[in-house]
Design a protein around this ligand. Structure first.
Ligand code: SAH
Ligand code: SF4
Ligand code: F3S
Length: 471
């Protein structure tokens, strides 16, 4: 079901009310907001929607919590470390609230969909006045108005019915002018046994291809050059639409939009990634030769326990096909070390898979138990120090591979999208099609444009080079 913000007139009125109140409450000339998103790009994209609302309410944005009238943390629940960081940072806001009692402190995002977290905020963080989950972002204006006028703290999480609805037409304040995100689907149905995401983001639902095309085309017209399609499992895009559309079909439709840009997408799930997807990348005009395909473990027993629903052979077969069709394909992946019950021998299967595939880069994680997931109830006899040793062993192998791959790029000419000025003066920084960073000397006028760069040296994961064209 799609819903085109039917109540947009009343939302506009609510936004107006908040704007009036905040104008008076603001300590400076206009109200200022500090918004920080933790976690994945999906969360960042949600944060941009909330910032869209805030902008309509007359807010400016600041990186300084001290000067903010409204502070929002958009949280991530995927690992314990992510949650700890949020609690630490929320704890530190106590002093800001003491110095500036009028500041409104709010929390949203995946963590807030968990009852025990909301409970802890309720009890131990009384200066947090607004808490809302991922399902009710479209209701942010009314929730903020209620916080400002209701005289009590507001806690809101959507019910099951919110799961089926996709709200189109929300305002978006995009943080960049070169790279942009387009959410193509929400939620996840996979229930990998370690993962909290399906519990905090609800069931899979896809936006209509028309709505995606419209947003995508408007980004291309506005000059965005690197557009990433987002979903927890983009390969199952479109399955629940009235007229199903495959993800490959969606990619082909977007690729037909004329312009000078690059399409990326994440995340792909190996159980749903197909040869058709690989062929689509190979034949595309704008589709990056970059595939992020998390394998999590190289051992079949562990993969079964993780409920991943593919095995090592299927994964490697797809990789072989992809490398054959796309010779310059850049592969990246996510890995979990120390899943409950994993033995050192099983872990070594992960190491051997990494050696076999030769990823450009990896996101490596030590398993973190998440309350309510199946894996959290499994026996986990390996001590943390042991897991840390395995983790370091894996990182060392990957570093060696990444360094070798970077070295082999020396001498090649790469098409680089120039994103910003580099860390050192006179340098520009950009990314190759395979998502590798390249620094090179050049004029700032190239920012936001594509340039051909000859790679002259490789240092760790960063390449340096010289401009070939436009010279
Ligand atoms: N939907 C994506 C990514 C979701 S979360 C996918 O399926 O690939 C990003 C990554 O975090 C996962 O790929 C996994 O490697 C890691 N992750 C998720 N839950 C975790 C946990 N409980 N402990 C450690 N890492 C975890
Ligand atoms: Fe989590 Fe698995 Fe869904 Fe990815 S596919 S979000 S790892 S449950
Ligand atoms: Fe974290 Fe939620 Fe993304 S749990 S990884 S922010 S979907």
């Amino acid at each position: 079901m799609q819903e085109n913000n039917a109540s947009s007139r009343s939302t506009a009125a609510v936004i107006d009310d908040v704007a009036q109140i905040m104008k008076i409450r603001a300590r400076g000339e206009r109200p200022m907001a500090f918004v920080h998103s933790y976690g994945c790009q999906q969360n960042v994209a949600d944060g941009e929607k909330i910032k869209g609302f805030l902008e309509e309410m007359g807010f400016g944005f600041t990186q300084e919590q001290e000067e903010a009238d409204f502070i929002l943390f958009n949280t991530c629940a995927v690992r314990e470390h992510a949650e700890d960081r949020v609690f630490g940072n929320v704890g530190a806001l106590k002093n800001i609230k003491r110095r500036h009692p009028s500041v409104v402190i709010a929390l949203c995002g995946c963590m807030m969909e968990q009852e025990h977290v909301a409970e802890r905020i309720r009890k131990s963080y009384p200066y947090v006045s607004l808490v809302f989950g991922t399902h009710v972002i479209h209701r942010f204006p009314e929730l903020l108005l209620e916080t400002l006028t209701g005289g009590r703290r507001v806690f809101s999480r959507g019910d099951e019915s919110e799961d089926k609805v996709i709200r189109e037409g929300l305002p978006i304040h995009r943080d960049g002018s070169v790279k942009a995100w387009v959410t193509v689907m929400y939620g996840c149905n996979n229930f990998c046994s370690y993962c909290i995401v399906p519990y905090v983001r609800g069931r899979e639902r896809s936006r209509s291809p028309e709505a995606i095309e419209e947003e995508f085309a408007s980004l291309v017209r506005a000059g965005y050059r690197d557009i990433t399609l987002l979903g927890q499992n983009v390969n199952s895009y479109g399955k629940t639409l009235e007229t199903p559309v495959s993800f490959s079909e969606l990619l082909r439709r977007l690729d037909r939009i004329p312009g000078d840009y690059r399409i990326r997408f994440m995340t792909s799930h190996p159980k749903d990634a197909t040869r058709e997807l690989i062929d689509t990348i190979a034949q595309g005009t704008h589709i990056s030769h970059h595939l992020h395909l998390p394998f999590q473990s190289g051992n079949d027993r562990v993969l079964r326990e993780m409920n991943r629903r593919y095995d090592r052979a299927k994964y490697l077969e797809l990789i072989r096909y992809a490398k054959e069709k796309i010779s310059d394909l850049s592969l990246t992946s996510d890995v979990i070390v120390g899943f409950p019950g994993e033995t050192y021998e099983e872990f070594l299967d992960t190491v051997s898979l990494i050696r076999e595939v030769e990823f450009t880069s990896l996101f490596t994680f030590i398993y973190s138990p998440r309350r309510g997931t199946k894996a959290a109830a499994m026996d986990d006899p390996v001590p943390a120090e042991e897991k840390t040793r395995w983790f370091q062993e894996l990182c060392a192998v990957q570093e060696e591979i990444a360094a070798r791959r970077c070295q082999s790029a020396v001498g090649t000419v790469q098409r680089v999208l120039v994103e910003e000025e580099g860390k050192r003066e006179g340098l520009l920084s950009g990314r190759t099609d395979g998502n590798v960073i390249v620094d090179f000397p050049g004029p700032a006028s190239l920012i936001g444009r594509f340039a051909d760069v000859r790679v002259t040296a490789a240092r760790n994961w960063i390449l340096t080079g010289e401009l070939v064209s436009p010279a």
